[in-house]
Design a protein around this ligand. Structure first.
Ligand code: SAH
Ligand code: SF4
Ligand code: F3S
Length: 440
């Protein structure tokens, strides 16, 4: 018998949850757990959840309902809920879903193997206190099961911004930065395993201020500069940033650091100053536009991506039009837009909402504009030569698929290509959701 059994993981939400799932799988593997793709084979099913919008949070409970019959078939099976729903709802999950055995918040993942062992013995447990110790000091060194050429690396976690709509400051806790030496060490071990692209993660990643080996606090630009010196690491990205934390050095790095890719996710949420204030975003639309101007001056071909919320409490048609105006002015290469979802415990949840039909209509209008911009950005790539990191076989036989410097999906049919290849590609066509190209 090879250890305690098989674990099956399901992941919702942002890239940090993807990263966390990998780290949890690695921690469990050290204890002898093996990963399985099939929920029916598992002795432990781990649902790594997201609480950002109501729909995301509710999915978890329907999933638990679907998985419940597996417990009758395998009495050894334990069901664990981790992630932001675990943190937000804690013991209530055990009350609402009797099939759940274990609830573990994001700051306690290093305790997961011990908790899983206790759950296997029959205990029902909740671990959502923010522990005094740093989980990263207790998680095993990186040993990713999948040898993908692109990896995530959390450098900063939590948020002190308290945007009026957002649960993250409550589910992830206060903003903390990992020491620079730890980040570099982790990056080194990823590169030694064949990783060529690293995306630095944080809820507010550009507020990174980790302790440097020299005792000074390092900003994100300094950290990126240090990582760029790692031989074998070819591409660096970071997400997600807040416009208020875009330091001059970081803007400048986009012009001076060739390994820093020309893509920046910089959410603004709304183009109306009245809404930005009500959202507690702490900047104006004009300040955001000026910042975009400075970033584009540093790196003219940078592709800007954003997040938007429509139908925030108090939003009028005029406020919404200000958002459309801002979008028209920026020209996004990629964007995510959402209808406002009231979240328990956040200040905005108490405010009277916008008529749902009106909000839906605005979302459709905004998404139509953003889709046009995205299509234009894709079409503008045709004829250009770009870098592509190939990650996996494409949908058609003989194809390899990967991401361009601008984070667009690209596929190329060429028998010489293998996963992990970083090649120059001439883009020949823009399709619905990807680009086609040939090796340059
Ligand atoms: N830390 C990041 C992202 C937070 S969540 C940041 O500060 O930008 C990702 C996106 O979800 C947000 O940018 C926002 O557009 C959206 N979002 C967050 N809370 C929401 C809510 N209550 N309703 C609708 N969308 C929301
Ligand atoms: Fe949420 Fe705002 Fe923090 Fe982003 S900056 S995680 S939207 S509170
Ligand atoms: Fe969701 Fe938590 Fe990420 S709420 S978006 S999984 S930080």
């Amino acid at each position: 018998m090879a250890g305690p059994g098989k674990v099956h993981l399901r992941t919702w939400g942002c890239q940090m949850n993807v990263y966390d799932s990998e780290r949890m799988a690695e921690a469990l593997a050290r204890d002898g757990w093996t990963e399985t793709e099939a929920a029916e084979d598992a002795d432990l099913i781990l649902l790594n959840t997201c609480h950002i919008r109501e729909k995301a949070a509710e999915k978890v409970f329907s999933e638990i309902g679907r998985l419940k019959p597996l417990k009758a078939a395998n009495p050894a099976l334990r069901l664990a809920v981790t992630g932001c729903v675990a943190q937000a709802e804690g013991a209530e999950i055990l009350a609402r879903a009797p099939a759940v055995d274990l609830v573990v918040g994001p700051q306690a993942y290093h305790r997961l193997p011990a908790l899983a062992a206790a759950a296997a013995g029959g205990a029902r447990l909740v671990e959502t206190a923010f522990p005094a110790e740093d989980k990263f000091d207790h998680l095993p060194a990186r040993a990713p099961a999948r040898r993908a050429p692109a990896a995530f690396l959390t450098v900063q976690e939590g948020c002190d911004k308290f945007c009026a709509f957002c649960v993250v400051p409550y589910t992830r806790g206060a903003e903390t930065s990992r020491p620079a030496a730890r980040v570099i060490e982790e990056a080194r071990s990823l590169v030694a395993r064949g990783v060529r692209e690293i995306t630095l993660l944080g809820q507010n990643v550009n507020a990174y201020h980790g302790a440097g080996p020299d005792g000074a606090a390092w900003g994100l630009a300094r950290l990126i500069g240090e990582l760029a010196a790692l031989e074998g690491l070819e591409r660096i990205r970071y997400t997600t940033s807040h416009p208020g934390d875009m330091a001059d050095e970081l803007v400048a790095a986009h012009g001076s650091e060739p390994k820093l890719m020309p893509y920046l996710h910089l959410p603004v949420q709304s183009g109306s100053d009245r809404m930005l204030k009500a959202m507690n975003r702490r900047h104006t639309a004009a300040a955001y536009l000026r910042l975009i101007g400075r970033i584009r001056a540093a790196r003219p071909d940078i592709l800007i991506s954003g997040d938007f919320i429509v139908g925030f409490p108090g939003e009028t048609e005029a406020d919404f039009r200000a958002t459309l105006d801002l979008v028209a002015e920026v020209g996004y290469g990629q964007a995510y837009s959402f209808r406002y979802s009231p979240r328990p415990g956040t200040p905005a949840a108490e405010r009277p909402g916008v008529d749902p039909a009106e909000a839906d209509d605005r979302l459709a209008r905004l998404q139509a504009l953003l889709a046009r911009q995205q299509a234009a950005a894709q079409a503008a790539m045709v004829g250009r030569e770009v870098g592509v990191l190939f990650e996996r076989p494409g949908r058609l036989a003989g194809q390899m698929a990967g991401k361009s410097d601008h984070l667009m999906a690209v596929h190329v049919a060429d028998p010489a290509l293998a996963a992990g290849d970083l090649r120059r590609v001439r883009i020949t066509a823009a399709l619905a959701n990807s680009l086609a190209g040939v090796l340059a």
